[in-house]
Ligand binder design. Structure first.
Ligand code: SPV
Ligand code: MG
Length: 545
């Protein structure tokens, strides 16, 4: 969860100034990271880490059933998610003076600004459950606990509030005032006077008698109808709205869960619940994206352009309702396998140019462009459909290509503005259909990563000069910034040619070569397959592991 407005003033100081501002201040309950974040975004200056709400969100009773370390763990999430101070409802301090010392130490380590302890006995239960049956602590014992807490804090501004349960337990006003004075003398930074009455009378009487001897805190859960102005006039310093986040979320969850159950649908509730994007926002997703840009700048920005418009009619009924790229081999489509290969190589952005049965190309995470002329036009007419997706670093590849992972990985390492992958194994038994013969400036001498070999021609037949080809172009090329510019200007020229609709990627490569643009070659030795026929599908088994 992101801190929305990091404040320079320490959280301990912030809480102290709330208590001592001389104005009536308010803090609101929160019980986990997201509710704490919501409280801060709402504009509150502080958070009440309510024992009732924290135990409720764990699904247990407010009777110290959740261990104090579980509470402190949750507070850590709340504190990390926010920049305003948290005052923990620390129940009785979870034990004696010694437990209190350790609690204060652990709270300070988690940047919790203060703790309120109540003069009951461990394990306590909520003040609104049989309050007058609840045993309260010995005054001296509780004063010792306050002193132990104050002595163990390392930040002078850490706050310890002493909460008086005398009114709740039926001990009367004099006892409440006697205790307040004793706790004040023991070093408490403020007094919380609690009442379970539906009218504020007790509280107002106490406030009058207390007469500002130290900051006074109240929890008007039961006397909620009292106008806030009455608290202001009475000189109260801090009001705790103690459980309204957990209660609002429970009310909403009960309503929504019932509606979903009854309607067997989520359509009606959609507009009344937080969007997923809003959750991302509360979690600080934008900050993570920025950090990724900063710290993962090495991340690939390569864009894949995948040609998948043609049917592949040689595959007969297999491509009746889908293009060749969507044929399933070993339980995965060709295109799905290609996408996996791209992702493994760190390429996460892909544009697929669809045509035949375009709707059947429904993979997640792709951009889809449609070549409406797929029946009459050829590859370059598809390529220009993705021209807006061109990137200064891209891989252009046929959608029906199967290849071993290392081929793409090594291509990405190869220098050159345009680099084509050429299989020098002319006896490759996997070649079918009419392969694209590649003529290169130098044949493959099998030395790894041969440098500066360039393509001189790609042809669908062995050319007239009878020169032996150097291999097959496999239908995959890498294009960098300048290469992209060459391709774009060549495409612009070719678009005006009357035969543009017949032109293929090899035609584009040949045009580039004729214009003197270097097209580099990355040699491989087999390990790829272009699925053209039913036989190819059988051979494809080699690639499905
Ligand atoms: C809490 O919020 O857990 C409190 C306040 O202790 S009350 O529930 O009013 O006792
Ligand atoms: Mg409590």
């Amino acid at each position: 969860m992101a801190k929305i407005s990091p404040k320079k003033i320490s959280k301990c100081k912030q809480l102290r100034s709330l208590l001592e501002s001389g104005e009536l201040e308010f803090i609101l309950e929160a019980h986990n990271g997201v509710s704490a974040s919501i409280v801060e975004r709402a504009g509150f200056k502080g958070i009440w880490g309510s024992g009732l709400a924290l135990s409720a969100q764990f699904g247990v009773r407010d009777s110290n059933e959740a261990s104090w370390t579980q509470v402190v763990d949750m507070l850590e999430f709340m504190s990390d998610a926010t920049s305003i101070p948290i005052l923990l409802d620390g129940d009785t301090g979870y034990g004696n003076f010694n437990n209190m010392r350790r609690l204060v130490k652990k709270l300070e380590q988690r940047d919790i600004a203060g703790v309120c302890i109540e003069d009951k006995q461990f394990p306590k239960t909520n003040s609104f459950i049989d309050g007058n049956k609840q045993p309260i602590a010995e005054i001296d014992e509780f004063c010792g606990k306050i002193k132990a807490g104050k002595d163990s804090q390392t930040d002078d501004d850490f706050t310890i509030i002493a909460r008086i349960e005398a009114l709740i337990a039926g001990w009367g006003m004099d006892e409440a005032l006697k205790r307040a004075e004793a706790y004040h003398q023991a070093g408490a930074d403020g007094i919380l006077i609690h009442s379970k009455l539906s009218r504020p009378d007790e509280i107002l009487t106490f406030a009058k008698e207390w007469a500002g001897r130290s900051p006074l805190v109240i929890v008007p859960t039961k006397y909620y109808s009292t106008p806030t102005e009455a608290f202001r006039k009475a000189g109260i310093d801090l009001v705790i709205w103690a459980n309204h986040m957990v209660r609002s979320s429970i009310a909403s969850m009960e309503k929504i869960s019932q509606e979903i159950l009854e309607s067997e649908s989520i359509v009606d509730v959609e507009d009344r619940i937080a969007t997923v994007d809003h959750i991302f926002n509360l979690q600080g997703a934008a900050e993570l994206s920025q950090a990724q840009e900063r710290y993962l700048s090495q991340q690939s920005d390569i864009h894949a352009i995948i040609l998948a418009a043609s049917r592949g009619s040689e595959l007969h009924e297999l491509t009746h309702d889908k293009p060749k790229a969507m044929i399933s081999i070993g339980g995965k489509t060709l295109l799905g396998r290609l996408m996996e290969g791209l992702k493994k190589a760190g390429i996460n952005k892909s544009t697929v140019i669809a045509g035949y049965q375009a709707d059947s190309i429904n993979l997640a995470g792709i951009e889809k462009r449609i070549n409406k002329d797929f029946e009459t036009a050829s590859e370059l007419s598809s390529l220009i459909c993705a021209q807006n997706d061109f990137n200064d670093d891209m891989v252009v590849v046929y959608g029906d290509l199967l290849f071993r992972e290392y081929i793409l990985r090594d291509l990405l390492e190869t220098k050159g503005e345009i680099v084509v992958v050429v299989d020098s194994a002319l006896d490759n038994p996997n070649i079918s259909g009419s392969p694209d013969y590649a003529y290169c400036s130098q044949d493959d001498d099998r030395s790894p990563f041969m440098q500066d070999v360039t393509l001189t021609q790609v042809s669908s037949s062995v050319n007239e000069s009878n020169k032996k080809p150097s291999g097959y172009w496999i239908g995959m090329m890498r294009v960098r910034k300048q290469g992209r510019e060459w391709i774009e200007s060549t495409l612009d020229e070719l678009k005006s040619e009357s035969n543009f609709n017949e032109l293929t990627l090899p035609d584009l490569l040949n045009h580039l070569i004729q214009q003197g643009k270097p097209v580099n070659v990355h040699y491989i030795d087999g390990h790829w397959l272009d699925v053209n026929s039913l036989d190819d599908i059988n051979r494809a088994g080699n690639f499905t592991n």
